[in-house]
Ligand binder design. Structure first.
Ligand SMILES: [Mg+2]
Ligand SMILES: [Zn+2]
Length: 205
């Protein structure tokens, strides 16, 4: 029990990722089928490295293509089955995929930049989201997480270059070329971005 005395809030290492443009290539025409879901090179391996470092990886993704009638939940499930299978091939595990099926006109609480999915993740995993890293390629991804206390990371894949050029990022946003580079920096021992994991500090008697 002693060694767990300070770990109530830090017990779970969690990271929240956007899907399109972060894990897989995005498309202006939406990802409407498993065939259109193509991973960005290195992204699944990066998730595996997070897992190996003790992180549980969760996805939060806007999928308004459902509200628009471009694909249905069954197809979305098939896309995510492909995602999970491709991840497993490289030893990566994604704990859960939270998605918003609505369009902007539905005025739901889950469509990013609203924070509903992040709140659900916090509840489901019983974790305080303060300081939890979140990675996205669009401003709304970062806003949704930032508003719940997450630490924002922008990747330049997907819409990321355009997002960076437009500016207005939440304060403290760190920018990386892609998820693989973000994870490399994040997991680097002693890096400002990495979570403390017993490197220094008081030792229990
Ligand atoms: Mg995206
Ligand atoms: Zn929604």
């Amino acid at each position: 029990m002693g060694k767990e005395r300070d770990n109530q809030e830090r017990a779970m290492k969690l990271i929240i990722l956007d899907r399109d443009g972060v894990i897989n290539h995005d498309s202006p025409d939406f990802i409407k089928s498993p065939a259109e879901w193509i991973p960005i090179p290195g992204s699944l391996e990066a998730i595996a490295r997070l897992n190996q470092a003790g992180y549980r990886v969760v996805v939060a993704t806007n999928q308004s293509g459902i509200a628009r009638g471009l694909f249905d939940i069954t197809t979305l499930n098939a896309i995510h089955a492909k995602l999970h299978a491709a991840a497993q091939l490289v030893g990566a595990d994604i704990d859960a995929i939270f998605f918003c099926p609505h369009a902007a006109i539905d005025a739901c609480d889950c469509r990013k930049p609203k924070s509903g999915m992040f709140e659900e993740i916090g509840k489901r995993f019983k974790v305080n989201l303060k300081g939890v890293p979140t990675v996205g390629d669009s401003l709304r991804d970062l806003q949704a997480g930032f508003n719940r206390g997450c630490t924002p990371y922008l990747v330049l894949t997907g819409k990321g270059e355009k997002t960076k050029a437009t500016g207005g990022l939440p304060p403290g946003t760190q920018v990386f070329p892609d998820l693989a580079a973000m994870v490399t920096a994040f997991l680097k021992p002693g890096s400002a971005t990495s979570a403390p994991s017993g490197t220094t500090g008081a030792q229990p008697a």
